[in-house]
Design a protein around this ligand. Structure first.
Ligand code: TC6
Length: 676
C-alpha cells in the first residue's frame, strides 16, 4: 500500500507532506509515514531542517477517531512526537485549515510553527470526552500559560492563527497562498539557531486563581461530564510537575477517559451527527435546487427564529404575517435578538444591519412568488395548513420547495392538497429556532429526492444538524416524548410528585424534567378550555389558571425571574384529583421512574426504527441530544440503552411494568445484535 506521506527535498530542507483525505487524520499510515520522514531528515546529513505540512483542506485534524478502541497498529503518536521533539534539526509545522487534537499536538512537538491567516488551532478532545493525550495538556500551558490553556483544553474551542500568534503558539503568520515557500524560508532562517527551542524544556507557573475562576465560570456547562475535570487536572499538573511526570499523569487520565462510557458516547455522537446527513437511497451527488430566497409564513416566535437562520447565513427572506402589528412585532423581536447578540460580542457589530437588510416583511402571500423555498410556521391545525398549502400551490413558482414546520401533523395529508406533492417536505425546527441545532426533515411519501437533498444541504449551510424522519405522529422526537409524558402523569397518580420525577430526569442529565417542561411550554397547550371538564391533573391545573411559567404558576410556583419552587397548591390539586381515582398512594422509587419514563422512550425509538420512520438508531440519538437536551455523555436514548443499561435489562424492565415490547428490541436483547 502506498504511504499517505511523501517527502520532498528543497536543498537543505526536507518537506514532509501528508495527503490523507478528507481531514489528514493521524491514522496508522500517516503516523508511520511521519516517522519515516522525520527519521530520514534526522539521518540525512544534507538536511538541515524539516517542514511538516499537509495537502488538501487541512493540517492534521486529529487522531483518527475510527481507530479508538481497536488494537493499536503502526507507530504510536507518542513515538512519532517524541522522535520529532528530540530531533537535533529544527522542525517547522506549516499549518493551514484546522490543526486540531493530535494535529495540534504534532505542531506543539515541532520546534516552530507557522500558519496561514485562515488557519485555526485547537484541542477539542474534551468534546469527545477525552483529553489531548499526546502531550497537549503538558505542552500547551508551557506556551500559553494556565489560564489560556484551560479555555483551550477544558472547553475545546479552537483559536484563529492571529490569536495563536499573539499567545505565542504560532511563531509567524505567513502568506495565505505561499505556506510551503514561506515555511521553507522560515526553516532556513532557524536552521542553525541553537539551542533548539523545545516546549518540554519550558516551565509554567501555577495559577490557582485562574483555575478557580475557570471552574466557577464554566461549572454549569461542565456539569455531569468527566472530561473537563481531567483536562483541568492535567493543566494543573503541567504547572506543578516536571514534564515527564506530567506526561505520565496525562497518560493515566487519558486512559481512564478512553475506557469510560462517556467518551464512547461522545464519539458515537460525533459520527452520528455526520451520519445523519446521509440519506440511504439518495445519491450524495444529486443536483440540488438553488435556494437564494426563502419565504417564511408567520412572524411569531417560530417564524422569526426560522427566518433568522437564513438571514444569518446571508440568504434573503420574505416574511409574511396577516396583520401589520404582528408583522412589526415579529421583525422587532428579530432585530432585538440580533442586537443583543452583537452587544454580547457573539456576532460582528454590523451583523444585525446586514441580516435585517436581507429581510422583506409583507402582508401579502403573493409576495412569495419568487421564493425558492417557502416554510410555513402558522398555527398547528390541519385545516389551517391545508388552506394555506392550497393557496401556496397557486402562488409559488414551479420547482419551489414547500415546507411545513408542523411538529406533529401528517405531511402527506398537507402535500395532498397541492398539485405538487413531490415538492412538499416537513422542516420541523425546534424552539428557539435560531438557537436549537436540530432540524427534523420530514420525508413525505412523495417528497422528491432532490428536494430532500436540497433541504439537507441547506440545513448544513444554516448550521443545523438535520435528521430525516418519516411521516408519523410527532415524527421522531415528539413521538418519543409522548410515552414519557403519559407515564410521568401516571406516576403522579400513583403518588410521585412532580419534583421527584423531574429530579430523576435532571439528575440523569436532562436540562429539565417532564413537568418543568410542561410549565415552560404552557400547561394550557392543547387544553379543551372548559374549566368544568376536569379529566386529568393537567386539566385541573389549567382550570385554575396554573398555565405554567407565563402565569407564574403551574406544576411549580415561579417568582418574577421565573425561578421555580415546589407549589403546595399544585400538590393539593394533584392530591385532590388523585384521591378521586381511588388509586392507592405508594412510595415510588427513582429507579421505577427511570424504568417507566425512559425505558418506554427506547421502546418507542425501536418501533420508529421498525416502521422505517428513522433511518438508523444513531439518528434517534441525534434528535434527542440536539432537540431535547438528552445528556451528550449518555449518547442518546438508543446508545444509552444498548451500551450503558443493556437491552436485556431494558426489556425486562418494560415487561415488569406491563409495556408491550417492540419485537426488534426483544430480538436484539436476545441475540446481542445492535439496534439498526
Ligand atoms: C485526538 O486527536 C486525540 C488525540 C490523543 C492521542 C493519544 N478521525 O466534519 P466533517 C471524518 S481526538 C476520523 O464532515 P468538515 C468525518 O467523520 C480528535 N475521521 O468535515 C467525516 O467523514 P464522512 C481531535 C474524521 O469540513 C469527514 O472526516 N480532533 C476525523 O465539516 C469530514 O468531516 C477532532 O475532534 C477524525 N479525527 O469539518 C476534530 N475528523 O465524510 C474532529 C473528521 O465519512 N473533526 N473525520 O462522514 C472536526 O472537527 C471536523 O471534521 C473538521 C472538518 C473541522 C476537521
Amino acid at each position: 500500500m502506498t504511504s499517505p506521506v511523501r517527502f520532498e527535498r528543497h536543498d537543505d530542507v526536507l518537506v514532509i507532506i501528508s495527503d490523507s483525505p478528507p481531514v489528514n487524520a493521524l491514522g496508522a499510515g500517516v503516523r508511520d509515514g511521519l516517522k519515516e520522514g522525520v527519521s530520514q531528515g534526522i539521518n540525512d546529513p544534507a538536511v538541515k531542517a524539516m517542514v511538516i505540512r499537509c495537502d488538501g483542506k487541512t493540517f492534521f485534524a486529529g487522531a483518527d477517531i475510527t481507530e479508538f478502541g481497536k488494537p493499536p497498529k503502526g507507530a504510536s503518536l507518542h513515538e512519532v512526537i517524541d522522535m520529532m521533539d528530540s530531533s537535533e534539526k529544527p522542525i517547522v509545522a506549516a499549518i493551514h485549515g484546522t490543526a486540531l487534537g493530535g494535529g495540534c499536538e504534532v505542531a506543539l512537538a515541532c520546534h516552530y510553527r507557522v500558519a496561514v491567516p485562515s488557519a485555526v488551532m485547537g484541542l477539542p478532545e474534551v468534546k469527545l470526552g477525552l483529553l489531548p493525550g499526546a502531550g497537549g495538556t503538558q505542552r500547551l500551558p508551557r506556551i500559553v500559560g494556565v489560564k489560556a490553556a484551560l479555555e483551550m483544553v477544558a472547553i475545546g474551542d479552537p483559536i484563529p492563527a492571529k490569536k495563536a500568534a499573539e499567545v505565542g503558539l504560532v511563531d509567524r503568520v505567513v502568506g495565505e497562498d505561499s505556506l510551503e515557500a514561506d515555511a521553507i524560508a522560515f526553516a532556513r532562517e532557524v536552521a542553525d539557531k541553537k539551542p533548539i527551542p523545545r516546549v518540554r524544556d519550558k516551565t509554567v507557573a501555577p495559577d490557582p486563581e485562574a483555575v478557580e475562576e475557570f471552574k466557577k465560570k464554566h461549572g454549569r456547562r461542565m456539569r455531569g461530564f468527566d472530561a473537563p475535570a481531567a483536562n483541568i487536572a492535567c493543566v494543573v499538573a503541567a504547572s506543578e510537575l516536571p514534564f515527564d511526570e506530567g506526561m505520565k499523569f496525562e497518560r493515566e487520565q487519558f486512559m481512564k477517559l478512553m475506557t469510560g462510557t462517556q467518551s464512547a458516547a461522545q464519539r458515537h455522537l460525533f459520527f452520528a451527527e455526520r451520519q445523519a446527513a446521509k440519506i440511504d437511497d439518495v445519491d450524495p451527488k444529486t443536483p440540488l435546487r438553488p435556494i437564494n430566497k426563502v419565504g417564511v409564513i408567520g412572524a411569531g416566535t417560530m417564524g422569526g427564529g426560522i427566518s433568522m437562520n437564513f438571514l444569518s447565513a446571508g440568504i434573503a427572506v420574505t416574511i409574511v404575517e396577516m396583520q401589520q402589528e404582528a408583522l412589526d412585532r415579529g421583525t422587532g423581536v428579530m432585530r432585538k435578538n440580533y442586537e443583543a447578540s452583537a452587544a454580547k460580542g457573539r456576532i460582528k457589530p454590523d451583523a444585525p444591519e446586514k441580516a435585517m437588510g436581507l429581510l422583506t416583511p409583507t402582508l401579502s402571500l403573493e409576495d412569495l412568488a419568487d421564493c425558492d423555498l417557502i416554510i410555513e410556521a402558522v398555527y398547528e391545525n390541519m385545516d389551517v395548513k391545508k388552506e394555506l398549502f392550497t393557496k401556496l400551490d397557486t402562488i409559488a413558482k414551479p420547482g419551489a420547495i414547500l415546507a411545513s414546520n408542523t411538529s406533529y401533523l401528517n405531511v402527506d395529508e398537507i402535500a395532498a392538497v397541492t398539485k405538487r406533492p413531490e415538492d412538499v417536505v416537513g422542516m420541523h425546527f425546534f424552539s428557539p429556532a435560531n438557537v436549537m441545532r436540530l432540524l427534523e426533515v420530514v420525508r413525505g411519501e412523495k417528497t422528491a429526492k432532490d428536494v430532500l437533498a436540497t433541504v439537507m444541504a441547506l440545513a448544513k449551510k444554516i448550521k443545523k444538524v438535520a435528521v430525516v424522519a418519516g411521516v408519523c405522529h410527532g415524527f421522531i422526537g415528539n413521538r418519543m416524548l409522548s410515552p414519557r409524558q403519559i407515564e410521568a402523569n401516571k406516576l403522579l397518580m400513583e403518588g410521585a410528585t412532580p419534583q421527584q420525577i423531574d429530579k430523576v430526569h435532571t439528575d440523569f442529565g436532562m436540562p429539565m424534567g417532564p413537568f418543568q417542561m410542561a410549565d415552560l411550554a404552557g400547561v394550557d397547550i392543547g387544553w379543551h378550555r372548559d374549566p368544568s371538564r376536569i379529566e386529568s391533573i393537567r386539566d385541573a391545573l389549567a382550570a385554575e389558571g396554573r398555565w405554567g411559567q407565563k402565569k407564574g404558576a403551574g406544576y411549580y410556583d415561579y417568582d418574577e425571574k421565573r425561578n421555580a419552587t415546589p407549589s403546595p397548591r399544585a400538590l393539593e390539586i394533584i392530591e385532590e384529583f388523585r384521591a378521586k381515582s381511588n388509586l392507592p398512594k405508594r412510595e415510588i422509587t427513582d429507579q421505577e421512574i427511570v424504568e417507566r419514563t425512559l425505558y418506554p422512550m427506547v421502546n418507542e425509538g425501536a418501533l420508529i426504527l421498525e416502521e422505517g420512520k428513522a433511518q438508523r438508531a444513531s439518528d434517534v440519538d441525534v434528535v434527542w441530544i440536539m432537540g431535547y437536551g438528552w445528556p451528550v455523555y449518555r449518547g442518546g436514548p438508543m446508545f444509552w440503552a444498548q451500551n450503558e443499561v443493556g437491552l436485556k435489562k431494558i426489556v425486562d424492565g418494560l415487561e415488569k411494568h406491563g409495556f408491550k415490547v417492540a419485537e426488534s428490541l426483544k430480538s436484539a436483547a436476545e441475540t446481542g445484535a445492535a439496534l439498526k
